[in-house]
Design a protein around this ligand. Structure first.
Ligand code: PEP
Ligand code: MN
Length: 294
C-alpha cells in the first residue's frame, strides 16, 4: 500500500488497522431485554425501520415485520434533524417510549438518533445504539458526550465530509474510551441532483481496507429513491459493508419523513431474500482488503 496516500489519515490513528488489530467487533448488549449482538467479524447486520417513529401501530408492525425478515436492529428517529426547521421534528421522548415498546415485543435492539447534547442521558437510557447524524458529523462536543455514555455509536458520514474528516470524528470517540463505533456511509453531496445524495461505494471499500471499525451502508439516504435502494444495497454489501440500515414504512406515501426513499414491507423482504449472492461477493472482496494492507 502506498504510504504517502495513507498519510491523509494520520490524524485518525486509532481508527486504522495495525498488525495486531485488524477488526473490531462492536457488541450490543442489553441483558434486561435479552439482546446480545456482535457487529463486524464476518456476520452481516441488518437495521431496518421507519425514518421517524410516528405512532405505536406504525413502529410495532414495522418492528414485527422486519424481525421476521432478517433484521436484528430496529431503526427509528424520535429526534429528527430536518432539512426544514418547520417540518416534523419527531415525537421526542414519546417516540423513545414507543421504540422501547417495540423492542419489548420483538427483542430487536434499537438504534436512534442523538441530536442534541442536552438529550444525551435521555436518549442513552432508551437506545442500544446511539446514532450521530450526518448534520452533526463535525459536532465534536456531541461526539464526546455520546462516547462517554459507553453505548455503541453509529456515526454517519457528514454529507460534505471527506473520508479523512469522517475518520477524525470516529477517532475522537475512540480517544474518549469508547471503542464501539460503526462507520455509516450515507451518501455525500455532489453536483448530481437526480439522486438525493451520491452513495460513495468506494468509501465503503476504502474504509474496510484501512480501518478496523465495522462499516454500515445506508442506501436509503444514499440515493433518496425507494426504486434504487435494493440495487444500491447490493452495491454496499458487495463493496464490503458489515451491515446496512434501511428505511421501511407500512405506507411510505403517508410517512412523516423520507417517504420517497422508504421501502414497503414487500419491497423490503424481497430485497433481503435476494441478498445472498451479494454476501458471497462481499466475502471475496474481504480477502482483497487484507492483501492490500499486507
Ligand atoms: C436518518 O437516518 O433518518 C437521518 C436523518 O440520517 P442522516 O443523518 O444520514 O441524514
Ligand atoms: Mn431518514
Amino acid at each position: 500500500m502506498k504510504q504517502k496516500w495513507l498519510e491523509q489519515f494520520d490524524e485518525a490513528p486509532l481508527t486504522l488497522k495495525s498488525a495486531n488489530h485488524t477488526e473490531t467487533l462492536v457488541r450490543v448488549d442489553n441483558p434486561e431485554c435479552g439482546i446480545r449482538l456482535e457487529i463486524g467479524g464476518g456476520e452481516f447486520a441488518i437495521m431496518a425501520g421507519p425514518c421517524s417513529v410516528e405512532n405505536e401501530e406504525q413502529i410495532v408492525t414495522t418492528a414485527e415485520y422486519v424481525r421476521a425478515n432478517g433484521a436484528q436492529i430496529l431503526r427509528g428517529g424520535a429526534f429528527k434533524p430536518r432539512s426544514s426547521p418547520y417540518a416534523f421534528q419527531g415525537l421526542g421522548e414519546a417516540g423513545l417510549k414507543l421504540l422501547a415498546e417495540a423492542r419489548r415485543r420483538t427483542g430487536l435492539a434499537i438504534v436512534t438518533e442523538l441530536l442534541d447534547e442536552a438529550d444525551v442521558d435521555l436518549v442513552a437510557d432508551y437506545a442500544d445504539i446511539l446514532q450521530i447524524g450526518s448534520r452533526n458529523s463535525d459536532n465534536t462536543s456531541l461526539h464526546v458526550a455520546a462516547a462517554l455514555t459507553g453505548k455503541p455509536i453509529l456515526l454517519k458520514r457528514g454529507m460534505a465530509a471527506t473520508v479523512a474528516d469522517f475518520l477524525r470524528a470516529a477517532n475522537v470517540i475512540l480517544d474518549h474510551g469508547n471503542p464501539n463505533v460503526l462507520l455509516c456511509e450515507r451518501g455525500i453531496r455532489t453536483f448530481e441532483t437526480a439522486t438525493r445524495n451520491t452513495f460513495d461505494a468506494a468509501a465503503i471499500s476504502l474504509l474496510k481496507m484501512i480501518s478496523h471499525l465495522p462499516v454500515i451502508a445506508d442506501p436509503s439516504h444514499g440515493c433518496g429513491r425507494s426504486e434504487l435502494v435494493p440495487a444500491l444495497a447490493r452495491v454496499g454489501v458487495a463493496a464490503g459493508a458489515d451491515g446496512m440500515i434501511i428505511e421501511v414504512h407500512p405506507t411510505p406515501q403517508r410517512a412523516y419523513s423520507d417517504g420517497d426513499q422508504s421501502l414497503t414491507f414487500s419491497e423490503y423482504s424481497r430485497m433481503i431474500a435476494e441478498l445472498e449472492p451479494w454476501l458471497a461477493t462481499r466475502k471475496l472482496n474481504a480477502s482483497l482488503f487484507s492483501e492490500a494492507l499486507a
